[in-house]
Ligand binder design. Sequence first.
Ligand code: AMP
Length: 397
Amino acid sequence: MKTVDSINFSNKRAVIRVDFNVPLNEKFEVTDTTRIRAAIPTLKKILKDGGSIVLMSHLGRPKNGAENKFSLKHIVGEVSKQLGTAVQFADDCISDEAFAKSSALKNGEVLLLENLRFYKEEEKGNEDFAQKLSKHGNVYVNDAFGTAHRAHASTAVMAKFFGAEAKCFGYVMAGEVASINKVLNEAQKPFTAIVGGAKVSDKILIIEQLMNKADNILIGGGMAFTFVKAMGGHIGKSLCEEDRLETAKELLNKAKAKGVNLYIPTDAVIADNFANDANKKESAINAIPDGWLGLDIGAQSAKQFGEVIKNSKTILWNGPMGVFEMSSFENGTKQAAFDIAEATKNGAYTLIGGGDSVAAINKYNLADKVSYVSTGGGALLEYIENGTLPGVQAIES
Ligand code: AMP
């Protein structure tokens, strides 16, 4: 994979797609700087070489053109603080003024362009728009893993306006792709995938792909109940996708045919209400009384999953084991997080990806006790499903 290390940026102007889609509070202050901090090493490498930088990003989901609450001007101060260098701002990404600013940049200087999504052409992958953006620099760098699964103008289409020697990946992209490859293509066995979260329908493709790679697949979260019902169990009013019962059966059969151990929880923490203070008790997962619903895996399943996790050499975790946002139903997720940290300590390679498992690993302060925490939920899942991403292909082709 060609990274910024393979280019000397001296006297070059790099136009970089970063993922600065950060949360802002009502005072427009950045409340989580993770994504900005992640981009800094790539930017520093380019500045150290003696180049200049034009930064492009989206922020939020603006519907109809410019909107103050989605303006990237709010984050200029934070980017400048994290980078330790003044950052200029252009209040439109393709205006004459924006081009005047980018072409006047001296080596060592940095310009941030206004939100790309103020133009609908960005998400449509419009070629003219992409070509205009490409005029901001003479080297194109993609470091926005979080949007690399979209074939947008700035994330994929604009790569075609640069020669092979003038486009590359930043360190965020390179780190993410190396980490997925380590799990999917270089996994030490046993390889265990832990898949949880609310819906089976979101995870069918990923489970199917993982069956070609993993030795064990642990199913948790709301999606487990569709499997339990498909096997003839009684699940009360637990989350269930009736139209996916057949799919669940097929997945169970496929796993058997492929010799993959597909673990479905055997017990659950059930509640009489979807609330933290609901009445709760443990139950066999296939004998949940009417009027009750399963909101976490039970103690026996958490223990069984833990044994599999701790015996694994490679682990991928996507999706919580229960409604971990509520303390009454967090135990299965918490236990999995600590077991994964222990496996990591004992030499396993562990990749955590997908919004809610990342939120969980952060909740238990274990981010630095696992091998890699992915910054891109949707992008990670699509990479696993398809083996590549539009933003990766655009630079490699
Ligand atoms: P996903 O975005 O599909 O990974 O789903 C994550 C969400 O699933 C979290 O907000 C969890 O609270 C929720 N979840 C996990 N287990 C259950 C469950 N047993 N019933 C309902 N929701 C659940």
